[in-house]
Design a protein around this ligand. Structure first.
Ligand code: GRF
Length: 209
């Protein structure tokens, strides 16, 4: 499947996808486009280094959300995109994009949903909330995107311990490591058609190649 990656920041998850593509672990997704809302995002450098077309599309530059959505949709259709992987993308996707790409937009959240998710729950805010709550585990959730923040069907989760000695930075580093271990697997499974969505449940199909 032709896949676009949306990223707002450093892009380490994007880099892992590119590396897993190079190593052959990702065989069913081709990364054909990167979209970012922040022109200073490190993800742009990573795209450039691989010769992947990268577009800066900032919602603030458009008079309406509809105009922003149209710009995204035209970029996506121009590149023939079939699958979207959000990798640290800090903007909410417009409903027109979500509905056209129903069950074809993945997001990675640095916490175990449905806890510590929702509007404003991103990056360090998640890790701070986990530590302040006193939770003993945190982790990663990869899910499909629907119209609510951090809400669509869960594709996979991976837990990591919260240690007594943790601060936001040490917990963030452990969670990010887990993100790098599992996001590419979800992208590959979806691109390979190895999963089925039944209501909120995402079921892994065992297909013969
Ligand atoms: C990750 O923690 C991801 O879960 C969140 O944003 C962060 C992105 O990190 N959505 P990077 O830009 O991939 O390094």
């Amino acid at each position: 499947m032709r896949c676009a990656v949306f990223a707002s920041g450093n892009g380490s998850n994007f880099q892992v996808l590119l590396d897993r593509k190079s190593s052959g672990d990702i065989g069913h997704a081709d990364f054909v486009l990167m979209v970012g809302n922040n022109s200073k995002a490190g993800a742009f450098d990573r795209a450039r280094a691989r010769g992947i077309p990268a577009l800066h599309i900032a919602p603030s530059r458009f008079p309406t959300e509809e105009a922003y959505a149209e710009s995204l949709l035209s970029a996506l259709s121009g590149a023939g995109v079939e699958l979207i992987a959000l990798a640290g993308y800090m903007k909410k996707l417009p409903p027109a994009v979500v509905s056209l790409y129903r069950n074809r937009v993945l997001n990675i959240h640095p916490g175990l949903l449905p806890a510590f998710g929702g509007k404003g729950m991103y990056g360090a805010n998640v890790h701070r909330a986990v530590i302040e709550y006193g939770a003993k585990v945190s982790g990663v959730t990869v899910h499909f995107v629907d119209d609510e923040y951090d809400h669509g069907p869960v594709i996979l989760q991976k837990a990591v311990p919260v240690l007594d000695s943790d601060d936001e930075q040490t917990l963030a580093a452990r969670v990010l490591q887990a993100e790098h271990e599992c996001y590419w697997q979800a992208v590959e499974a979806v691109a390979a058609g190895k999963i089925k969505v039944a209501g909120r449940r995402v079921i892994r199909l065992e297909l013969q190649d």
